[in-house]
Design a protein around this ligand. Structure first.
Ligand code: T1G
Length: 699
């Protein structure tokens, strides 16, 4: 049993104790049922309190039990025991009451909480829906519309808002237990009976006609391709139209439908993958961290400014350096405007804007960086410039300062070699916009010290990023793999597909943007310039020919109103370009490539299997520690749809590695393996009947 029972005069306290987050394991369920038994049958006891040890109330069902044979007692039995108790039970909430944790609290007859607590039903983020009465009890308490918003968003409500909505009966100002005991005392004094939410009725008459169908249509658009939100509407419709127990049975049906689906498996994979990413296999967790109380950033451009905001947002002072006053003023201006825009949407107060700006110190002098604990360089992406900056940093930065580069593909070891302290150097690759994108690719150099790495892994969580550690290699994890993905798209442009056809297929698959439109957004000149430094033998000139021609025509992409697409002034909508279609046809002819009809299925397979294929090489070379890290990189850095679990998970679970290998061989034979070699790791896994979890720190 993971809990205990405590008797305080005429109140019985059921304590749950399952660190770290009181997940509702079978041991917790047993402790709850045992506790209810005790308080129900002890004549001295007039009321009960359900409370949790540790940092939080129950954070939901134990997700590690999913997919395993059900164990008794079940969550439903624990809930029935609480709700059916003849003596009132008060839930005492601190931390986060989530999922099954809130459902248990809703089965209690009263709820009190500290103001810092949060309550929510995040199941939709796991591809499921609340399966222990949440879809039937919450609408009875707060109405169908409010319940729909809470359950479909999956975001927690702060206790004050929950109290305002009627979920929480009382906010406890001081000590939670004292407050809960006082509340129970009042119930006893007033002879208050147990209140059961199941006895309340849903006021369906208040709903506008066609409410549920309208919700389904809206969610089909807002939550494109997602299964669970649609089932949530079904469950709430049941709450509005069926008696409680029938609604509960309907909820169960819908829960099992979701749980059996591929999206639930993918999203639950993502839940654990995200948490595993912070676990660096060969890094001693006990290594002492370096303090990061102040940060310096070199470069106040788009990336530098965004990176600065991450630290200002969590109260860390930032010294922001630029080369010229104009560039510095421009950078500081963008940061202020970003904050003011957020404030205009009510997500920040003007006071908070000023607090953040007050932590920002612009400078033109390297000297002003000498007291910073961490310095991040975000300057122009050429090795010469990086080496120059790091040599200067080496001269001014204090001993023990961490020196980080925001390079998106250059060698961290080469950059570190420009200093006398390579152990203090690593890569911190943010993704644009850096104040929004959640991924931080942390690149360990050959000499990066363990305490430097451990400090930055912790720092990622502190600035609300998902940190993924990889070893130094061209393009690290994300950009290296992107080349394989983009290569297939570029080649299919020559084989007969149009830019809009490729981008539509990738968007329908769930990507926020197609790769051709993405290259227009990034600017075709970026690739063009980087190719000037590269040996032409290292890339397939056929697929870059059209981009080179476009750049030489001044079609650099969105920023010039024309690239692979045309753009109307002030409008980011990509419009098909007959001129580009002509150029692509010419290049096909030039290289003797026969144009043919290409299906969306082929586009998706070639792009994402190529992505996975390079992912296998990244894994085989040990650049990535585990396949799930690669999934996390693509979800939080490149917008890969979470409900597909990431490129590696998708290939293994939706396609199957054997079938993926066959398809890759098929396409490689067609394309020619000069530029499209199938990864030996994939060959080996299929030959040995193994999966990605068996590689690296996978499982
Ligand atoms: N089950 C099992 N393990 C869990 C867990 C859970 N519900 N929640 C967290 N953990 C583990 C996590 O893997 C990590 O392990 C450690 O706890 C700390 O977590 C019927 C079916 C509560 C906000 O979706 O959102 O109820 O990596 O690093 O940042 O309707 O954890 O250390 O080995 O995330 O402080 C619904 C999930 C379940 C909430 C804390 N509940 N958890 O965040 O710590 S479905 C959820 C969270 C359900 C019912 C249905 C967060 C947190 P490790 P952490 P944190």
């Amino acid at each position: 049993m993971q809990g205990r029972f405590e008797k305080r005069a005429d109140v019985g306290i059921i304590w749950v104790d399952n660190p770290p987050v009181n997940a509702i394991s079978v041991g917790v369920r047993a402790a709850i049922i045992d506790g209810v038994e005790r308080l129900a049958h002890d004549p001295d006891i007039k009321a009960g309190i359900l409370a949790c040890e540790g940092r939080t109330f129950m954070a939901g069902a134990d997700i590690t039990e999913f997919g395993k044979p059900p164990s008794r007692p079940s969550l439903g039995e624990a809930i029935d025991a609480i709700e059916g108790c003849a003596k009132p039970i008060v839930a005492a909430i601190h931390g986060t009451a989530l999922g099954g944790g809130l459902e248990i609290a809703l089965a209690c007859h009263y709820r009190v909480a500290v103001a810092s607590a949060k309550v929510g039903l995040p199941e939709v983020k796991l591809g499921i829906l609340p399966g222990a009465g949440g879809t039937q009890r919450l609408p009875r308490l707060i109405g169908v519309e409010a319940a729909l918003n809470v359950i479909v968003s999956g975001d927690p409500l702060p206790a004050a808002q929950a109290a305002h909505a009627g979920v929480i009966d009382e906010l406890v100002p001081g000590d939670l237990l004292e407050g809960a005991l006082a509340f129970a005392g009042k119930l006893i004094a007033n002879g208050s009976p147990p209140r059961k939410i199941r006895d309340l009725r849903v006021d369906a008459a208040r709903l506008p006609p066609g409410f549920f169908d309208a919700a389904r249509t809206r969610l089909a658009h807002e939550r494109k391709n997602l299964f669970a939100p649609q089932r949530i509407v079904d469950a709430l419709e049941a709450a509005a139209t069926l008696p409680f127990d029938q609604g509960l049975a309907r909820e169960r049906e819908l829960f099992l439908q979701c749980q059996a689906g591929s999206q639930a498996k993918a999203l639950q994979h993502v839940f654990f993958a995200e948490r595993k990413a912070g676990n660096v296999p060969d890094l001693d967790k006990r290594v002492a961290r370096r303090e990061v109380a102040s940060v310096g950033i070199i470069g106040a451009g788009t990336m530098g400014g965004g990176i600065a905001m991450n630290f200002l947002n969590v109260g860390v002072p930032v010294v922001l350096k630029e080369m010229s006053q104009d560039a510095l003023d421009r950078g500081v201006g963008v940061i202020r405007r970003n904050y003011e825009t957020t404030a205009s949407k009510g997500r920040l107060t003007l006071e908070q804007v000023e607090q953040r700006m007050a932590l920002l110190r612009p400078t033109l002098s390297y000297e002003d960086l000498q007291s910073a604990d961490l310095i991040i360089e975000a300057v122009f992406e050429t090795m010469a410039v990086k080496k120059d900056v790091f040599a200067k940093l080496d001269a001014v930065a204090k001993q023990g300062a961490i020196l980080a580069s925001n390079t998106s593909y250059l060698s961290i070891d080469a950059i570190a070699a420009a200093t006398t302290r390579p152990a203090d150097v690593l890569g911190t690759h943010f993704f644009s916009p850096a104040n929004v994108m959640r991924l931080l690719e942390i690149v360990r150099g050959a000499e990066t010290a363990p305490d430097v790495l451990a400090t930055v892994v912790d720092l990622a969580k502190r600035i609300n990023k998902v940190g993924v550690v990889c070893r130094n290699s061209d393009g690290f994890i994300g950009n290296r793999m992107l080349e394989g993905y983009a290569y297939q798209a570029q080649l299919m442009l020559l084989e007969g597909a149009s830019p809009e056809q490729i981008d539509t297929a990738l968007r329908d698959f769930g990507m926020p943007m197609g790769v051709i439109q993405m290259s227009d957004l990034a600017g075709l000149d970026i690739g063009y310039k980087s190719r000037q430094d590269r040996d032409p033998e290292t890339y397939d000139g056929r697929v870059t020919r059209s981009a080179d021609l476009l750049v030489e025509m001044g079609r650099l992409g969105q920023k010039t109103g024309a690239g692979y697409y045309d753009y109307a002034p002030g409008d980011r909508t990509p419009r098909p370009s007959p001129l580009v279609a002509g150029i692509l046809a010419d290049v096909s002819r030039q290289y003797g490539i026969t144009r043919r009809a290409i299906s969306s299925e082929e586009i998706v397979e070639r792009c994402f299997l190529a992505l996975m294929n390079v992912g296998c090489e990244v894994l085989r070379e040990g650049v990535a520690h585990r396949a799930s890290d690669i999934d996390v990189v693509y979800l939080y850095g490149y917008g890969f749809p979470a409900y597909r679990g990431g490129p590696m998970f998708w290939a293994e679970n939706a396609v199957g590695l054997k079938s993926a290998l066959e398809k890759l061989h098929h396409y490689s034979a067609r394309v020619g393996d000069a530029w499209f070699k199938v990864s030996p790791l994939l060959e080996q896994l299929v030959a040995e009947g193994r999966g990605f979890a068996s590689i690296g720190a996978g499982s």
